[in-house]
Design a protein around this ligand. Structure first.
Ligand SMILES: [Cu+2]
Length: 121
C-alpha cells in the first residue's frame, strides 16, 4: 500500500511538471520590453505569447501611473501572427506605464499578467 501510494505521488508530481511546462499562453516577449525604459513613445505596444491566442477572448490595456487607461482601445490579435497581441497608444508623455493582459490560448486556458515600461525624456 505504501509503495503504491508513493508511486501515485511520483506520477502525480510528474504530471504537474508536464502541465506547467507544457501548455498555456505565457508572455514570451514584448515591445517595449518588460521593465524597459524607452526614449520615444511607441506607436503600439506588442506582446508575443508562447501559444496562439483566441482573438475574441484576448485583450490588453495600457494604463498610466494613476491607473487611467491610455491606449486607443483597439487591442487585437494579429491576423497573420496569432501569437501577437497589440494595442495602439497615443504619444505617451514621460512616465511609467502598466500593461495588463488577459488571454485565452487555443488550448482553452486563460492566463493573465502585467508588466511596466517607462518612457523617459
Ligand atoms: Cu494551457
Amino acid at each position: 500500500m505504501k509503495r503504491w501510494l508513493s508511486r501515485l505521488f511520483a506520477f502525480a508530481s510528474a504530471m504537474t511538471v508536464v502541465s506547467l511546462a507544457g501548455a498555456h499562453a505565457f508572455l514570451d516577449h514584448a515591445t517595449p520590453a518588460v521593465g524597459s525604459a524607452v526614449r520615444a513613445s511607441p506607436a503600439q505596444v506588442k506582446l508575443w505569447f508562447t501559444q496562439e491566442l483566441e482573438p475574441a477572448f484576448s485583450s490588453v490595456r495600457v494604463m498610466d501611473r494613476s491607473g487611467r487607461q491610455v491606449d486607443k482601445g483597439d487591442p487585437q490579435v494579429d491576423r497573420a501572427e496569432a501569437t501577437l497581441l497589440r494595442v495602439s497608444v497615443p504619444q505617451l508623455a514621460a512616465g511609467t506605464y502598466r500593461v495588463a493582459w488577459r488571454v485565452l490560448s487555443v488550448d482553452t486556458h486563460v492566463t493573465e499578467g502585467d508588466f511596466t515600461f517607462d518612457v523617459v525624456p
